[in-house]
Structures are given as structure tokens and as C-alpha cells.
Design a protein around this ligand. Structure first.
Ligand SMILES: [Zn+2]
Ligand SMILES: [Zn+2]
Length: 139
């Protein structure tokens, strides 16, 4: 069980599964949406995340070409997670966890759109796109 919130504390959520697949995503959508060179996300089934408070303040911006919603607090602007309804997956922004103890990213993904000069890979395996299930199982 994990928990997190946005900067202003209006939106709070709980996660009811282990966060065992965490990656640094370097895709252009993440980079632009965060104003950051990459973002660390935990991939979880969508039904394992529950918004406990502030659902009415949660804005959902659809990125239509990737069929995913960028979900953020409309009060303070904190990006909390991305939701892909078709894949039934959520990529949770680990920086919003209030208890991110002993969590480590396994890999860098979507490096093909990375601004590589700015980024240190920290010795992690790096993939040009999103790794296949087979590749993920080897991490
Ligand atoms: Zn907020
Ligand atoms: Zn991304």
C-alpha cells in the first residue's frame, strides 16, 4: 500500500499494489508535460489506484495520439498520473508519493526522443522505445 498527494494537498490517492515496475520515461509527451528532461513513473493496473480526496479537482487532459489522459491537480498543477483506458494502465508519477521508500527505477525508456546531452542514465539499462514484456522480464 502506498499513498501520495499533490503539492497543495487537495488531491490524495492510495495505491493497493506493489510498485515493482518503475522506469524513467524520456518520451516527448512526458518531457513537455512536466517541463523536465524525464519523469520517473510506476506502471500499475488502473484499478489499483484510488483517489481518496479531491477527485473534483483532478483535471484530465487527453493526449489523443497516445490515447492517454494526463491527470493533474487543477489547483496547484501537480501532475499525479497518466491514465490509459485502452490499456487499463496508470503510470504514476513517483515523485508525488509520500512514502517512496526503497523504490528504484529499473530502466530508462523511450530514449529515442531524449535530449541525451542533459541526461545521465545512472548506469540503468536504456531502451530506445518501451521495452517488450520479454525485455521487461529480464530487468
Ligand atoms: Zn494540488
Ligand atoms: Zn513518457
Amino acid at each position: 500500500m502506498h499513498a501520495g498527494s499533490c503539492l497543495c494537498g487537495s488531491v490524495k490517492y492510495a495505491v493497493s499494489c506493489n510498485l515493482n515496475f518503475i522506469v524513467n520515461c524520456h518520451c516527448q509527451f512526458c518531457r513537455t508535460a512536466h517541463g523536465s528532461e524525464f519523469v520517473t513513473v510506476a506502471m500499475i493496473p488502473a484499478d489499483k489506484l484510488e483517489v481518496l480526496q479531491g477527485e473534483e479537482l483532478l483535471s484530465r487532459f487527453e493526449v489523443s495520439n497516445v490515447a492517454a489522459f494526463r491527470c493533474f491537480c487543477s489547483t496547484c498543477g501537480t501532475r499525479l498520473f497518466n491514465h490509459s483506458p485502452s490499456a487499463n494502465m496508470i503510470s504514476l508519477i513517483t515523485a508525488t508519493l509520500t512514502d517512496a521508500v526503497n523504490l528504484l527505477p529499473l530502466a530508462n525508456v523511450n530514449m529515442e526522443s531524449s535530449n541525451r546531452e542533459f541526461v545521465q542514465t545512472n548506469g540503468l539499462p536504456s531502451f530506445d522505445t518501451f521495452p517488450s514484456v520479454e525485455e521487461r522480464n529480464k530487468l
